[in-house]
Ligand binder design. Sequence first.
Ligand code: MN
Length: 259
Amino acid sequence: MRVGAKTDVGRVRAVNQDGYLVTESVLAVADGMGGHQAGEVASCLALETIAASGLDASCSREALHRAMQAANSRIFHCAQQDPNLAGMGTTLSVAVVAGRRIYIAHIGDSRIYKLHNGQLEQLTEDHSVVGELIRKGVLTEREAQIHPHRNVLTRALGIEPDVAVDLREVTVDIGDSLILCTDGLYSLVDVNELVGILCDNREPQAAAEELVSLANRRGGNDNITVLIATFTGFSGDEEQGWEDSSSQRGERKGQNDRI
Ligand code: MN
């Protein structure tokens, strides 16, 4: 797996409240919100909790769910204790790499895409007002990019004592890439441009830098974060995936279960 990542404050905001995490088997982005430094605190706490949770290629669905809930609780309790941090929250999109299986956990309007044979597939749903309107067919993606309520989330980490987590499992092939990004990227760079830049740059770091600089040339009105992982090969025995094990236990299978 080759990984490239870039986060940038953009051209308008004073601080960068986005963040990302890359470990041997965990990729994550977070986009914090809240006044003063609170958004930055929220995204940092989320990524720190995921980093400290020991998730690896053998993680269970339950372990990933617990890690997301732990991040939620930590932000929620910090916000309760410090008036300067009241109301802070963050998005959090996590991909755990287990060979060719990818376990995804997601809350908020950051995105995870898979690029396969030049086709980009969005693996996460935007938990935002405009995301819901797109799913209902009321808005197009392009209309959503300029909608006045495009920043309003319907779900975020740290706002309530408990949070619903979207969990799913996908597989990747050699040559595929995962792209994790915040709304500061996808609201200024459309899917065709994203695919073009990914296909023109074989090195993920070069692609990440070019995507951020394009968003900045378009105005950089938000913090911009992009993380790209390209799969170059898979070693070792395949771990048994969630869906294999759940079907053996006779539980229901789900593409995108909400817990
Ligand atoms: Mn943002």
